[in-house]
Design a protein around this ligand. Sequence first.
Ligand SMILES: [Zn+2]
Length: 493
Amino acid sequence: MNTKEIFNRLALLLSLLLIYACVREIVPATGERRYLGFSWQQETEIGKQVSKEVMALFGVYRDPKVERYVAEVGNRVLATSDLRRPGIDEQIRKTPVTFGVLDSPIINAMALPGGYIYVTRGMLAHFNNEDQLATVLAHEIGHVAARHAARQAWQQQLGQGLLLGGALLGQGLGLPAQDILNLGSMAAQLIFLRYSREDELEADKLGVQYSSAAVYDPLQVIPFFQTLERIQEKEGQAMPSFLSTHPNPGNRIDRIREMTGSARPKRAIPTDARHLTAIEGLVLGEDPRQGFVEGSVFYHPDLRFRFPVPRGFKIINQPTQVIMVEGQNRAMLGFTSAREKSLQAAVTRFLNQPGLRILDRGPMRSNGLPAYVVVADAQMQNGQVARIIAYFVEYGGMVYHFVGYTAPQLFNSFRNVFLQTMQGFGPVQDPRILNRQPVRVALQTVRQPAPFRELIPRSLPAPFTPEDVAILNQVELNQRIDPGRILKIPAAR
Ligand SMILES: [Zn+2]
């Protein structure tokens, strides 16, 4: 997605927000009519648009077995929810709800307005049974049924958040982050939307209600919350996680106990085995097939290229682009593939963009590959000017495109930093890189009772530690495990 497309989408979404900012409609979860920021129709429109951005930002985990499983559990809970309650608005009852799996190792779930519900593969891996998945999906359905996003929009919190969202990444640069990437755009605001504590409690209450009605045990979610706390303590995740968007877990656990009361599902079989079978083979942690950094070099085994990452730059690897940001946010380097298949076509389109003042340009070579460089001043959306260096290189039937951004007065200090990465782009032949495979979930049934740490393999694939594997299984390292239990073990192929 290029800058212009991001803006067009942003403008469209903002106009939706600003034009239709007042409706009085039904809230399915309570049956009352309230003032809302979006009509149901707008909610579904916004959800549909933003869901495309969510999929582009994280990537979709394509595995029919896993996708089917999540949709099955989601639909089971949905059927008992207020979105399907007899007597509710036909328009709402007929709205399809999408359940999807995002290809991300972070642990999160999200509900977009109008019924787009996502769970990450990282979260799926950390669930121990179907009840945990069902209760989290029911919580997310609760947000949709209570129309929390539309209620927030009515209170204008959302609109303000959107307008202020630009500062996320570009601060030191004076560039709004939307100029460069989708972070900080409307989508990111909705994705990382923080609901109020009241909204979270209401979603918990609805989640408990819906999952119980679907004969799941909501109390199972408690050990999962404890797992999240352990992860948070251990590392503190870089990306917003379920915990940071869902406040005060200690308190939540007590409330969920209260809400559930003594009603327990009358069910013969535990759901552990079903869940574990569904996630057997799931990718764990980062997927190196989509690119990885080793020794300050970024490698993409599927596309067979590499380039050095500038020293002191953070790297964000998204399915459609790689972003490298200088430690103090003073410079940024983006990498993506061009739509055009020839170097000349890609360069021509770039040069014809409005708002560019070309300072220098000419052909180059990069490890024997044909390349082209452009230095220009670019007018940013906030009226400021950034000096950029764009670099195109043709390889393997594709054109790859780097753009380095910084303030004009800093350009001389970053020019060579950018160029080093750009001209360091080249092919990869090393089979050790090309054949790198992700770590996956393997299942192992316990035969003899033993402490957990004695049951897992001595050597685990990097970067997994015994503690990680204990967290993954929601147990303590010294905890005695009974025979018959199935464990999740990270396995390299
Ligand atoms: Zn929530």
